[in-house]
Design a protein around this ligand. Sequence first.
Ligand SMILES: [Zn+2]
Length: 342
Amino acid sequence: MTWEERWHPLREEWIIIAAHRQNRPWIGEMLENTEDKIPEYIEDCYLCPRNTRVSGKTNPDYEQIFVFDNDHPNASFDAPKAETPKAEIYRSKPAYGISRVVCYSPRHNLTLTELKVEEIVNLLKTWGEQYKDLGSLDEIKHVLIFENKGEAVGVSNPHPHCQIYANNFVFKTIENEARSSQEHFESTGKILFQEIIEAEIEDGKRILAENENAIAFLPYFARYAYEVYVAPKKTHQSIADLDESELLGFAKVLKTVLIKYDNLWQMAFPYVMVLHQAPTDDGDYSAFHFHIEFHPPLRKPNLLKYLAGPEIGGGNFLSDTSPEEKAKELQRLSEIHYKQTV
Ligand SMILES: [Zn+2]
């Protein structure tokens, strides 16, 4: 039973691990599996091929990946000029930027988990191209690529897709991580994330998948019960810098994690998945180590991790589960997807 505080070196904050309280493993029945009833194509899905979106634009009859500008962008170069606030301590600026949507597949009822490894490699390449293209624009300081999956995180359309937010500021998590990584490098001459990978390999208790080029683990300082990091072993500032064999190794490890997630409760496992890539302003990010973080909102099939007093109010996480125990649960699971017959 773990009851202690653990330091999160990338975020530079404490996580309270309070897993000593009664928290029996989930042994209830499976959720009703409705996934099989979802058809391959839905007429009123705005992401399915050939359908017309709210903007009046029609999706092409795409066969693999389809990228388009979001019809409801959070930022746009058409955004209005910002009003100057009266108080000197307040600031504003126009919401300039670009928002895009990336459909992983024309098939409405697929998930990232079910894509073939080669298809995942293609998707990783698309993410790299988008990061480069958008990041090369002067006004764009950061490209955030993320997928919200499942109703537990407010997504009602299962069509497999992610979003890209290219903005004129750097998102806070990445700004912190870039700073902590750079400061660590300046004071020790070492890459912070490399040291995390070394520590995880040395300890070995929280590793879920590993090959020559990539690794996946629940970090020692995990905030969510089933939080997983997927990283290339070499330091790269973004996914655009991985070579062909690194992409393949990364895709394999990523797929293993996704399959284990689905196998956990035999359901399409909900998560927030975020690519951590260096900002695209003019800073020095040589110590930034690209990786993907999964933040699953569920602790059990019908039990959300509620963000409350400590998290929303205080800004630090309180976890009721120990990363070692949760890693053990995931390690035990098969690497073959539960829906795959044979
Ligand atoms: Zn669809």
